[in-house]
Ligand binder design. Structure first.
Ligand SMILES: *[C@@H]1O[C@H](CO)[C@@H](O)[C@H](O)[C@H]1NC(C)=O
Ligand SMILES: *[C@@H]1O[C@H](CO)[C@@H](O)[C@H](O)[C@H]1NC(C)=O
Ligand SMILES: *[C@@H]1O[C@H](CO)[C@@H](O)[C@H](O)[C@H]1NC(C)=O
Length: 617
């Protein structure tokens, strides 16, 4: 949160962040449909300043000479460019020693592989061979393959049963130049690119993997192990994260993911569950290609080995030099690309509401059945907010906007696809705000009230119903929205809970806009100097009733459960209730303990959701 002492420094930092976000906001596919596209002819792309980087191919092999030779030959046949070294590192795992009679056979196979690699000529850079003394397994082969020594160094990891297109290198180079080296078209949240055909959605009950033919590049959270390019910074970050979690005995379990089942069966023999858990927690993305007719720049022959009991054959068609697409890949700007999560649900990053016009567009995109949920994050901690969002995901609540003070946390939520309203900015767009002459200590309250009041106005103009809630409650189901509403009223308030509902109707619109909004600043001023409750719901109710309008009281005890009073746990949880809530001043420890006791604490030690919950969209 932005605190007074550091305000100036933070302001500068946030300002620059904001410019970036504004940029991506205005270019998001939601608000500005794709209008122009840039096309790069990648084999001919020559840039002068920013094209210095090192690529190292990390070939992981074990005991499949036939596969390895096919793989290395495809790498050697590819088109490279003079002046850009491409190194080749081959990691040869060792067999597990045993007493069986095959020992001599195994030794001979290993030595044949070494002989082949020794004789293999690599003229595009250095060749390095790492022959292990013991069996490392696929996890260590991947993880130990690379520790970046600079931010300009990239690793392209290739398992030995892959075969690469002759165009693969030019494509990778073009990706690095366009999406990493170009500062105005890169993101620290992209961890690399895979050349394999997209074919798998790991979230259970996720969407079908469907893309239109015009989409050649897109972003997807899932790692693609058949030809994965790794960017240095996220990979280092992952290695440190892995280290920490491994050392503390924390397992990479992520409910609702097929890959967690793999982990339960294969354990430490594979590495992807670790990486997936890390990516989920950070909200990172991978670049994927999509070529028609199941073609790709890298194919897996799926030979028998750790991943396949018996040979399954190539998964895709390899793109060759002669394919039509070969010279023409549409390197769209990032802001125009589509982003997908583990459920293959489209993520819309960068929706940051700064003014009423923005709000109109976002309200329209998120409303469900003409209803909006406005969630105030004023006073809610980051952990509480993240837990709340995990509940939204579980209940498939998507019609919300998170409003809160400007902070990097708020912007990070927007980056991850949650629509947010920057209250600090939004409020300055109203003349009344400047006229209030508030003090620092009151700023938050005034902002909270004004933003809610104006957001409701906008929602009414768009004919949407609006729920206003705070971060100190969790829904147990979505019935609250349907059942509480009695057609005789336009306005509803929780009795003590910060819960407020405005039904869309011509009368509500008229009251709010004509007679009411103008009085809000005066009311805020009055309340600030009195001992009255400073809750938004309370203030609005007082004002409306003072003017003779009716407000329906919602008795939260009838549909909600308050925690904090007694030992609240699973057995005291009444599932027929609609929500649980707690007093704003309840300590974090108690909230955590009691929510955890009743299985409502759905975040892990990294403050990320313990589950991925997919809903068909
Ligand atoms: C091989 O067999 C010997 C004796 O039969 C035994 O002591 C040793 O532990 C075995 N080694 C392995 C790796 O199984
Ligand atoms: C960097 O990316 C931006 C946005 O896509 C683009 O307009 C610009 O031409 C790129 N610069 C270079 C040097 O490629
Ligand atoms: C759960 O709470 C009830 C009171 O609401 C209490 O009687 C019971 O012992 C608690 N159970 C646990 C496991 O703490």
């Amino acid at each position: 949160m932005v605190g007074p002492p550091k305000r100036h420094f933070l302001f500068l930092f946030i300002l620059s962040l904001c410019v970036l976000l504004l940029y991506s906001y205005h270019h998001s596919s939601l608000l500005s449909p794709i209008s122009s596209e840039t096309t790069t002819q990648f084999p001919h792309h020559v840039s002068t300043t920013s094209d210095s980087f090192t690529l190292t191919i990390k070939v992981l092999t074990f005991n499949r000479l036939h596969a390895l030779s096919r793989c290395l030959r495809s790498l050697a046949r590819a088109q490279y460019l003079p002046g850009n070294p491409v190194h080749l590192h081959v990691f040869i795992d060792h067999f597990v020693p045993s007493n069986d009679s095959n020992m001599d056979q195994k030794l001979r196979e290993s030595h044949k592989i070494l002989g082949f690699v020794d004789g293999f000529e690599w003229k595009w850079g250095q060749k390095m061979v790492h022959y292990r003394t013991t069996n490392a397994g696929l996890q260590a082969q991947w993880l130990e393959a690379w520790w970046p020594t600079s931010d300009n160094e990239f690793a392209f990891v290739v398992e030995d049963d892959l075969e690469l297109s002759p165009l693969y290198y030019k494509f990778l180079r073009s990706l690095i130049l366009n999406y990493y080296n170009n500062a105005s078209n890169s993101s620290p949240h992209i961890y690399g690119a895979t050349l394999q055909r997209p074919r798998f959605v790991p979230g259970k009950h996720g969407n079908k993997l469907q893309l239109d033919g015009g989409t050649q590049l897109f972003l997807y959270q899932l790692v693609g192990t058949w030809g994965q390019l790794l960017f240095p910074k996220p990979w280092k970050e992952f290695r440190l994260w892995y280290d920490q979690h491994k050392a503390k005995g924390i397992k990479p379990l992520l409910e609702g993911m097929v890959t967690t089942g793999w982990y339960k069966r294969m354990g430490e023999r594979i590495w992807t569950p670790w990486f997936i858990k890390f990516i989920h927690s950070r909200g990172y993305f991978n670049i994927y290609t999509n070529f028609e007719h199941e073609r790709a720049l890298s194919v897996s022959h799926r030979d028998a080995g750790v991943n396949y009991g018996k040979t399954a054959g190539p998964d895709s068609q390899l793109l060759d030099e002669n394919s039509l697409l070969s010279n023409l890949i549409n390197m769209q700007p990032l802001s125009k690309m589509k982003w997908y999560d583990f459920c293959f649900r489209e993520v819309l990053p960068g929706r940051v509401v700064m003014n009423l016009d923005d709000l109109g567009a976002v309200l329209h995109s998120v409303q469900r059945e003409q209803t909006i949920l406005l969630v105030s994050l004023f006073g809610a901690s980051e952990m509480i907010t993240r837990n709340l969002l995990c509940h939204f995901e579980r209940l498939n609540i998507q019609n919300y906007i998170l409003m809160g003070p400007r902070s990097d946390f708020l912007f990070d939520l927007a980056r991850r696809g949650h629509p947010v309203l920057d209250a600090d900015q939004f409020v300055t767009t109203f003349g009344v705000y400047r006229s209030l002459g508030f003090q620092e200590s009151n700023a938050m309250l005034i902002e909270d009230v004004l933003v809610k009041a104006y957001a409701i106005k906008k929602s009414l103009e768009c004919s949407y119903n609006t729920w206003v809630i705070d971060g100190n409650m969790l829904f147990l189901n979505t019935n609250l929205f349907l059942e509480s509403i009695d057609s005789a009223y336009d306005f509803y308030t929780g009795e003590s809970l910060e819960l407020y509902y405005v039904k869309s109707s011509p009368s509500a619109h008229k009251i709010w806009t004509d007679t009411f909004l103008n009085d809000v600043p005066a009311l805020v001023n009055k309340v600030l100097h009195s001992k009255e409750s400073k809750s938004f719901a309370y203030m609005m109710t007082t004002l409306l009733e003072h003017k003779g309008f009716r407000v329906k009281r919602l008795n939260e005890k009838s549909f909600g459960m308050k925690i904090g009073d007694q030992d609240f746990n699973q057995s005291s949880l009444d599932v027929s209730k609609r929500l649980v809530y707690w007093p704003k001043d309840l300590s974090m420890d108690v909230i955590h303990k009691q929510l955890q006791g009743s299985s409502l604490w759905n975040i892990d030690e990294d403050s990320s959701c313990t589950a991925v919950v997919c809903h068909k969209s």
